[in-house]
Write a protein that binds this ligand. Structure first.
Ligand code: PGA
Length: 244
């Protein structure tokens, strides 16, 4: 794995954006899987700026998302669908036909999961998979205990995850109990993975995931087995890593 440690969040965001710009330069029709959350907002800001300055074009690219709350429709302001449209898709020149987002409001959730999984496979797989990490080691919404063999499915959210995300919903009661997430096996099939983390709150789990035991209790630890993993951290998130 390659670990890039930057001084602060802004530098981390720029370094992550450079990975996208380089990828598009080499393969304009690349397929990306993007994430919601605080961590990638700076990355998306950089990508939007690059698109607006015509230094970057997603015209031939494909995009997927990684997870979504069950019960939130695409119009819901707390849905990841809404988040990704707002932060990246509507401000960059994606062909909407090539943007594949999970609908958490779907009537048939099993079918929605199967469809997303199949779309990833039939369109040729993911070139660059972005990931954040939860303080409990989740990637996507693959909570501790998720099988390393898992594919896209409905999952119960860990109570730590619901509490961490309550700030967006106004109250803990309003946070959904379930989500759809792309599974760990599917994530590992991406040709390149970019794991991002910022802030001291992530330092312990980053060290456990990258240098600790590979175990389903720390879902992100599976990433140690990926042969094309780039980790982009700020100094705070990297603070507990040893011998780097
Ligand atoms: P965050 O979420 O970027 O908002 O910290 C990361 C995650 O829970 O996967």
């Amino acid at each position: 794995m390659e670990i890039i440690i930057k001084n602060d969040y802004d530098e981390m965001s720029l370094a992550s954006a450079d990975i996208v710009i380089k990828q598009i330069r080499e393969k304009p029709h690349s397929s990306f899987s993007f994430i919601a959350g605080y961590t990638p907002i700076g990355l998306y800001r950089e990508l939007v700026t690059a698109c607006q300055h015509e230094e970057l074009s997603f015209a031939a690219a494909k995009a997927f998302d990684l997870d979504e709350y069950v019960g939130l429709s695409p119009e819901d302001e707390n849905s990841f669908y809404h988040f990704l449209n707002k932060h990246i898709f509507i401000n960059c020149n994606f062909d909407q036909e090539n943007v594949y987002l999970i609908n958490g409001g779907a009537q048939d959730l099993e079918d929605e999961c199967l469809k997303h999984e199949q779309l990833i496979m039939t369109t040729g797989g993911i070139d660059v998979q972005f990931l954040g990490i939860g303080q409990n080691g989740h990637i996507g919404f693959n909570e501790p205990g998720s099988s390393f063999d898992s594919v896209t499915r409905v999952i119960d959210l860990a109570s730590k995850t619901r509490y961490a995300n309550a700030k967006y919903f106004g109250s803990i009661e309003a946070v959904p109990y379930k989500a759809i997430t792309v599974g760990l096996k599917t994530i590992m099939q991406a040709r390149q993975i970019v794991l991002m983390a910022t802030g001291e709150k992530k330092a312990d789990i980053v060290a456990a995931a990258l240098q600790g035991e590979i175990t389903e209790e720390v879902p992100a630890s599976i990433l140690q087995r990926h042969d094309n993993l780039i980790v982009v951290l700020d100094k705070e998130a990297a603070a507990k890593l040893k011998n780097i």
